[in-house]
Design a protein around this ligand. Structure first.
Ligand code: GLN
Length: 491
């Protein structure tokens, strides 16, 4: 049952083979057994989960269940959850119990999904390894000496180790796609504005976007469909007709090649240097499989992609320095025990509450926004952002979707980049441009490297092409079994 797909769990729940309470207990017991090693969860909400599962069982019995009713899930600890600790993996919020639910959390509650708890992450979602968490790093279920990726590393590790069938995440520069790749699962970050940011603790507001993790594209489709929807409390929330992504995953007509007619663009710049040989081998083999399924590939170019990291590391810190100014030790969160005047309260509370990476970014952001530097840095970065978005537009005019590696390497060793933040920033080279352009991106398992660690393939589509990305990945997964591989702890 722990490795069942969402449609299989739905049938088991509706057919009475298992109750939602039994299913939640199964996963809660796995969390108790495995979380001490993996550290994927910051908070486990056994009582809340069992209460929600009882309510779900009543709905199933009454015949009013929806696709996610009674299905356990985990939320990244960046989403506010009423009555449950919401820490953002920071000492600053280590005592914060939210008085309200994030929009995503209320949508999933209304759908009848059962939240098991809150997953570990990089502090305030800043990082690519989960090592900046105040609660200590999450371990990669494939090899506990490796990082799970970040910042949504706890959610990705939880799904990979089957501590939860599905999980929410957020992606500002790759934080859904990169940990999905490192943990051998599927993750999707939709078009900016599709998932409400209300109650999702802000890092860089013009880039932050909620996303979904699952073992397969089909499981992601079911979760994503329940997370999207207009929310007037988020000024960038988009009013769009609801899409049933899972229902759109229909089998191709008999005899037809499942991906016939699909044109996949391969950005020349992503296949130049920089990719590890083992990643290249897996990505090339996956692309050959796409061609065998009927897709054609065409070379495209993203000439300004190399500017994505410098532009991002001006824009994201600038927005974070502004967003994180609300943590002042006065209204909520950590407050220093000893202080003199008000300024001293602010500075001591912030000095004690934030970790090193968060402080580094606040300092960079404050600098680039300061008088005299705004034009040179922030405005310039916004211009680069526009060029990058235009590159994607031109490339997507020549193909239906873009494919390439999700990350240049497989998961690195814990501690390996601890003293070299810039090296870690560079590891997001393939994912960050997608956030700058606001486009949807998906990562799915594409094979394994020499040391048995998963490799991810990234698909990028035009605005609102989530359905197309999920369908391509689904058809690939129907013909392959990389996504069905599990680490030893979930075998
Ligand atoms: N690794 C990137 C950063 O540190 C992206 C993180 C994210 O997407 N939240 O900012």
């Amino acid at each position: 049952m722990i490795n069942a797909s969402l449609p299989e769990l739905r049938r088991a729940l509706d057919g009475g083979q298992i109750s939602s309470v039994e299913l939640a207990t199964l996963f809660l017991d796995r969390i108790d057994a495995l979380n001490p090693q993996l550290n994927a969860f910051i908070t486990v909400d056994r009582d809340g989960a069992l209460a929600a599962a009882r309510a779900a069982d009543a709905r199933i019995a009454a015949g009013t269940a929806g696709p996610l009713t009674g299905i356990p899930l985990a939320h990244k600890d960046v989403f506010c959850t009423e009555g449950v600790l919401t820490t953002c993996a920071s000492k600053m919020l280590s005592n914060f119990v939210s008085p309200y639910d994030a929009h995503v959390v209320s949508l999933l509650k209304a759908a009848g999904a059962v939240s098991l708890g809150k997953t570990n992450m990089d502090e305030f979602a800043m990082g690519s390894s989960n090592e900046s968490s105040f609660y200590g790093p999450t371990k990669n279920p494939w090899n506990p000496a490796r990082v799970p990726g970040g910042s949504s590393g706890g959610s990705a590790a939880a799904v990979a180790a089957r501590l939860a069938p599905i999980a929410t995440g957020t992606d500002t520069g790759g934080s859904v796609r990169q940990p999905a790749a490192f943990c051998g699962i599927t993750g999707i970050k939709p078009t900016y504005g599709l998932v409400s940011r209300w109650g999702m603790i802000a890092y860089a507001s013009s880039l932050d976007q909620g996303g979904a993790f699952g073992a397969s594209a089909e499981d992601c489709a079911l979760l994503l469909a329940a997370m999207t929807g207009f929310d007037e409390r988020d000024s960038t929330s988009l009013e769009r007709p609801a899409e049933d992504y899972a229902a759109a995953l229909v089998d191709s007509p008999a005899g037809a090649k499942p991906l016939a007619g699909l044109r996949i663009g391969l950005p020349r710049e992503f296949f130049a240097e920089g990719m590890a040989d083992e990643v290249r081998a897996a990505v090339d083999a996956a692309l050959a499989q796409y061609r065998a399924l009927g897709a054609t590939t065409v070379e495209v170019s993203l000439p300004n992609a190399k500017l994505a990291i410098p532009a991002y590391y001006v824009i994201a810190p600038a927005e974070c320095s502004s967003n994180l100014s609300r943590f002042d030790g006065v209204r909520y969160g950590h407050r220093a025990a000893d202080y003199g005047d008000l300024a001293d309260l602010y500075s001591k509370s912030r000095a004690e509450g934030f970790g090193a990476e968060v402080k580094r970014r606040i300092l960079i952001g404050t600098y680039v926004l300061s008088h005299g530097y705004y034009d040179a840095y922030y405005l310039q970065a916004q211009r680069l952002r526009r060029l990058i978005a235009e590159d994607f537009r031109a490339a997507l005019a020549q193909c239906d979707l873009i494919a390439g590696p999700t990350t240049p390497t497989t998961a690195w060793a814990l501690g390996q980049m601890a003293d070299d933040p810039v090296q870690m920033y560079l590891s997001d080279i393939y994912t960050i441009a997608v956030n700058l352009a606001g486009l949807p991106g998906l990562s799915h398992p594409a094979g394994f490297g020499a040391d048995g660690l998963p490799v991810g393939l990234q698909l990028v589509g035009d605005y609102f092409a989530e359905g197309r990305l999920l369908e391509a990945a689904h058809r690939f997964q129907q013909a392959t079994e990389w996504h069905a591989r599990r680490p030893a702890c979930a075998d």
